[in-house]
Design a protein around this ligand. Structure first.
Ligand SMILES: [Ca+2]
Length: 271
């Protein structure tokens, strides 16, 4: 074995160790999603061991899940009827591989339908290609791509119609949605950016390490819309989520229609 391969193996081991190292102490609130994830892991819902994601297609130093199938993705639902899976692979001509993951929630419910990749990742570029349909005006429903370790180490894209008050304050036009980019803690930061509905978009969370801490940038279609130096680093690693969630903060009233989004792929490029 030459030195090149030894170096690669050592680097890989260091990365895995860094990803798994976590000394966070969960608060009460954190138990909600974490507990749901653990329970559903045990139930072995959407399938697969939580080891090496065989579903990922290595490409140009990236892991790519193209959603030609749901292999490796787990059910991370919260809210009512957590065991009811509302996601499926659909045909879509706008995707290079002709396939996308569709997730949906029903009108008048507090459904929170999610899928997640159980393997955890740290510094890198996380990318979701997603189709955002028109959404019910002021409905409590959102499309999300996010990174989650616990409720104080979470980085989000959450996109919905928004409340009438928030839409007015943002100057949103009829064909625009409100894109909330949020770091849930350490430190908390949130920004609202307008984003066009009825279009495909590429959402990116870019996590570089600067002085042993993450520096995060949120990008939409290649444009940085929000950035923040965080107070923690690679000792905190993340599961990748895709979701549609009927959450209160994003609207004025219960959802008036079925809401869905299409996820063409999820990509991770390690730094
Ligand atoms: Ca696809």
């Amino acid at each position: 074995m030459n030195y090149k391969y030894v170096f690669i193996i050592i680097a890989a081991c260091m990365f895995v160790t860094a990803c798994r190292g976590s000394d966070s102490s969960p608060s009460h609130e954190e138990e909600s999603l974490e507990a749901a994830v653990d329970t559903l892991d045990d139930a072995g819902t959407d399938g697969g061991d939580s080891q090496v994601p065989e579903s990922a297609k290595p490409s140009e130093n990236a892991l790519v899940w193209n959603f030609a199938d749901k292999k490796g993705w787990h059910n991370g639902n919260q809210g009512p009827d957590v065991d009811v899976v509302q996601s499926e692979i659909v045909d879509n001509a706008d995707c290079d591989d002709g396939k996308a993951l569709k997730i949906w929630t029903n009108a008048g419910t507090a459904e929170r339908k999610k899928v997640y990749m159980p393997e955890e990742y740290a510094a890198g570029r996380y990318e979701w290609r997603v189709f955002l349909p028109a959404m019910g005006l002021n409905d409590r429903a959102l499309v999300a791509g996010f990174l989650y370790q616990d409720d104080t180490h979470e980085l989000d894209f959450e996109i919905g119609s928004g409340t009438a008050k928030s839409r007015a304050a943002s100057g949103a036009k009829a064909d625009e949605l409100l894109c909330y980019t949020t770091c849930q803690d350490n430190p908390w930061t949130q920004k609202i950016t307008l984003i066009k509905s009825n279009m495909w978009h590429i959402l990116v969370i870019d996590l570089h390490v600067v002085n042993d801490r993450y520096s995060v940038k949120w990008l939409v279609d290649g444009v940085v819309i929000h950035e923040q130096q965080l107070e923690f680093g690679i000792e905190h690693a993340f599961k990748i989520f895709c979701s549609i969630e009927n959450l209160n903060f994003i609207g004025d009233h219960a959802a008036t229609q079925v809401h869905y989004a299409l996820f063409d792929y999820v990509k991770f490029v390690k730094y």
